[in-house]
Design a protein around this ligand. Sequence first.
Ligand SMILES: [Zn+2]
Length: 274
Amino acid sequence: MKYIDIHAHMVSRTTDDYHHMALTGCVALTEPAFWAGFDRLSPVVFADYFNRLTSFEPARAAKYGIQHYCWLCLNPKEGEDRELTQQVLELIPQFLDRPNVLGIGEIGVNRVTRNEIATFIDHVDLALHYNQLIHIHTPHLEDKYKGTKVIVDTLVSDRRVEPGRVMVDHAEEHTIGMILDQGFWTGLTLYPQTKTSAARAVDMLEMYGSERLCVASACDWGPSLPTAIPHFVLEMRRRGHSEQLIRKIVYDNPIEFLSQSPKFQLTPASVESI
Ligand SMILES: [Zn+2]
């Protein structure tokens, strides 16, 4: 089955991973800007990173028939540094016109500090000013509920924000309800060992329905599986869900959300019969 992975950090992956994703049906993916595994000290490094996300990675993905899109930001973890944040925010607009940039992300909070929240709001302002879609990271583990609530409350209190143009990612059982209730899109990122498994994702789908819901592999620096979505598809089939419902989650829903950016255009090779 063809699928679209809405959260895949391909800079941390080998070409073998692109190959496996293509072999298992991936036709497009979106790559949010994220933490590099270490704190970057200069805006120049971010310029190089944004260049990579908008030139090298799309070309690498294209060799496997995968369309590569991306999101730009200074990530929540480095958002603690307000001076660096201002420098990177000044840098981002010159990249927004590049053909594979869909919006601002993954922004959000990590330890839910005052500085991180200020950086988050700065990015939301930037996205709204340039009419960009927004992709949001929510914290992991013990900070998830508190961080997700701060993010949702901040966005809801801003009347300029259209919830249908915002994806709040890394949802779990205790946060998915508050995200969907406010009209946002939500993402479930699937991990082989930690965090949400394919089985837990299907549980949440069965509890909350299939509207405004997407799944992703994350495929980042840590233990993660580039083919996590096919594993989710298998779990859906094992439980007897229809092919139509599976396709809605892994293909139709991502298209519905991402197509709000005029730059998201699947090529004919990607939209042939599934
Ligand atoms: Zn991520």
